[in-house]
Write a protein that binds this ligand. Structure first.
Ligand code: NDP
Length: 287
């Protein structure tokens, strides 16, 4: 069989339309949701991500402020920018684009962002809230994956085995927690996992967040599984260039029931959840 495509772009458009309506309603009350994006250095991929986030904000009527800092910026300088944004009442969400240059302690910066402006959901307090099942701001990529599952009618995952390949703090771990809270039985795999394929082949829902191009092949996927491909990998020119996921789309689509493409799958939903989180933060300021 050939899997149905979960069209992240179309779903993102739909959700962003709803967000735009809610932004307009808040504006009537005198509140314009504001997102500040901080970019340190000139990593080309980060520049593209940041540009896309700023453009998406403006499209739904939110204010976006971009802070560019040189790759040589010190930790103290970045912390000072974060502090200024924490105290700025017109800014409801703060995002510091990762990765940061080596001289800056990423953890220290993420913890410096005010918890109620942490629209990326990376602050330990927000991670803790998710862990105990009382989520506030949830990491955008896993939140977007859950929206995609809900859109294909998979909201309560009771009886389903979900396998997450990858255990990063920003994708794998929060993804596993969200699946668990939706009542799935969850297995997390990583580089120390033995016989990965034997585990992925048990998955009713398979989430690939590995960072390796076309790593999950069709023969690692159970028939009729739902496959969410988080990976964004740029191929070298000699391999044709372009973006591919962590799943080998061509072989996987012959086995899965649903699959997300790359590009046009999880990526657009990630940005949409950032807008959603910023809207929630702005609404909380409506008192
Ligand atoms: P990380 O590099 O932080 O984590 C990768 C994970 O994959 C690690 O847990 C690692 O295990 C695991 N892994 C690596 N090799 C293997 C292997 N051979 N077998 C099993 N597990 C393995 O990546 P991220 O979580 O940040 O990102 C994952 C991918 O998602 C990347 O391609 C990234 O570009 C993409 N991404 C996409 C987003 C989107 O909006 N669509 C947003 C964020 C990321 P271990 O912990 O043992 O090292």
């Amino acid at each position: 069989m050939t899997a149905k495509i979960i069209d992240g772009k179309a779903l993102a458009e739909k959700v962003r339309g709803r967000i735009a309506d809610e932004v307009a309603a808040l504006k009537v009350k005198g509140i314009t949701p504001g997102l500040a994006v901080v970019l340190v250095g000139d990593d080309p991929a980060s520049q593209v991500y940041v540009r896309n986030k700023v453009a998406a904000c403006e499209k739904v009527g939110m204010k976006s402020v971009m802070h560019r800092m040189p790759a040589t910026a010190s930790e103290a300088e970045l912390l000072s920018v974060v502090q200024t944004l924490n105290n700025d009442a017109t800014i409801h969400g703060i995002l510091v684009q990762l990765p940061l240059p080596k001289q800056i302690d990423e953890k220290k910066v993420l913890e410096a962002i005010a918890v109620d402006k942490d629209v990326d959901g990376f602050h330990a307090e927000n991670v803790g809230a998710l862990t105990i099942g009382e989520p506030r701001f949830v990491s955008c990529t896993p939140a977007g994956c859950m929206e995609m599952l809900a859109d294909i009618g998979m909201k309560d995952l009771r009886g389903k085995h979900a396998v997450v390949v990858g255990r990063s703090n920003i994708v794998g771990k929060p993804m596993a927690l969200l699946l668990l809270h939706a009542n799935a039985t969850v297995t997390i795999c990583h580089s120390g996992t033995k016989d990965l394929a034997a585990i992925t082949r048990q998955a009713d829902i398979l989430v690939a967040a590995v960072g390796r191009p076309r790593f999950i092949k069709g023969n690692m996927i159970k028939s009729d599984a739902v496959v969410l491909d988080v990976g964004i990998n740029r191929l070298p020119i000699e391999q044709g260039g372009g973006l591919v996921g962590d799943v080998d789309f061509e072989s996987a689509k012959e086995v899965a029931s649903y699959i997300t493409p790359v590009p046009g799958g999880v990526g657009p939903m990630t940005i949409t959840m950032l807008l959603q989180n910023t809207l929630v933060a702005a609404r909380a300021a409506d008192y």
